[in-house]
Design a protein around this ligand. Structure first.
Ligand code: KIV
Length: 301
């Protein structure tokens, strides 16, 4: 058992909870929006303390924390566990939950039902779904049911197979137009923001300046209303291949391995634990205990 208290940090008095209407206002004022993913209590807490604007419980958690080979395997139940953990930590940022693959495409009623579970059970304030015409239709149904929706176009990992893999989108005029049309369809359906993933910067700039809702870029250049990165990518928690759009701001995997190696070495050499890490007992109580133990068999630790 850890003795570290699981208390969410108190939000600073000068920071009010971020709301959906505020995001549009921030776009109008040209104030960049900061979004990051989180998947558990500590990552949610770090995002809260760092003062980000939007926390996304991304289905990237399938890969970053659950070890699946892609995002498509993760279930609603698994995403809800992650979302609830983040909810316990996050007070100020807007909390958005990804609708996982297969949880919204089949019908409007399935989409509404799943979105409402993320709000009622997961504590999310909005949901995100991957776009296209079908996505826009489902987004409309969810918005009409009272749940704010963020759209996602460009590289949409849930349908990466149909896109020919994890590759940039909108690198031909025709495909760029499709991406733009999908973004407009999502805005038209009532989405309060649209994520543009892996889209050439000049294409995303054209889209971002034409949409009235905020755009959040990931590998889409600097012209979007905000940026999003995956928590584990930007902090270097998982090693391995990274898309070119990721910038690493820390190297925590190396730090974690170094810390565990030092711990293992100290346990093996007897350097840990010392008296500083153990509890004492009154000498008389110890003698009494040893007498009480009496004939119990002796052995070695
Ligand atoms: O799941 C995720 O992390 C995402 C972001 C890349 C936007 O959808």
């Amino acid at each position: 058992m850890s003795t570290v208290a699981n208390t969410p940090p108190a939000p600073p008095a000068d920071r009010l909870p971020v709301t959906v209407p505020q995001l549009a206002e921030r776009k109008r004022r040209g104030e960049p929006l900061v979004m990051v993913t989180a998947y558990d209590f500590p990552s949610g807490r770090a995002a809260e303390e760092a003062g980000v604007d939007i926390v996304l419980v991304g289905d990237s958690g399938a890969m970053t924390v659950l070890g699946y080979p892609s995002t498509v395997e993760v279930s609603v139940e698994e995403m809800l566990v992650l979302c609830k953990a983040v909810r316990r930590a996050v007070r100020t940022p807007l909390l958005v939950a990804d609708l996982p693959f297969g949880s919204y495409e089949a019908s409007d009623s399935l989409a509404v039902q799943t979105a409402q579970r993320f709000v009622k059970e997961g504590g999310a304030q909005a949901v995100k779904l991957e776009g296209g015409r079908l996505g826009a239709a489902r987004a409309r149904a969810i918005v009409e049911a009272g749940v704010p929706v963020m759209g996602h176009v460009g590289l949409t990992p849930q349908t990466a197979n149909a896109l020919g893999g994890y590759r940039a989108q909108g690198r031909t005029a025709r495909r760029a137009l499709e991406v733009a049309e999908e973004a407009f369809a999502l805005q038209e359906a009532g989405c309060f923001a649209v994520v543009l993933e892996a889209v050439p910067a000049p294409v995303s700039a054209e889209i971002a300046t034409r949409l009235t809702v905020p755009t959040i870029g990931i590998g889409a250049g600097p012209a979007t209303s905000g940026q999003v990165l995956v928590f584990h990518d930007l902090l270097g928690i998982n090693d391995g291949h990274l898309p070119r759009f990721v910038k690493r701001y820390a190297h925590l995997h190396e730090e974690m391995v170094a810390g565990l190696r030092a711990y293992a070495a100290e346990v093996r050499s007897g350097q840990f634990p010392t008296a500083d890490h153990t509890y004492s007992i009154d000498a008389a109580e110890l003698r009494a205990f040893q007498e009480l133990l009496g004939g119990l068999a002796s052995g070695s630790p």
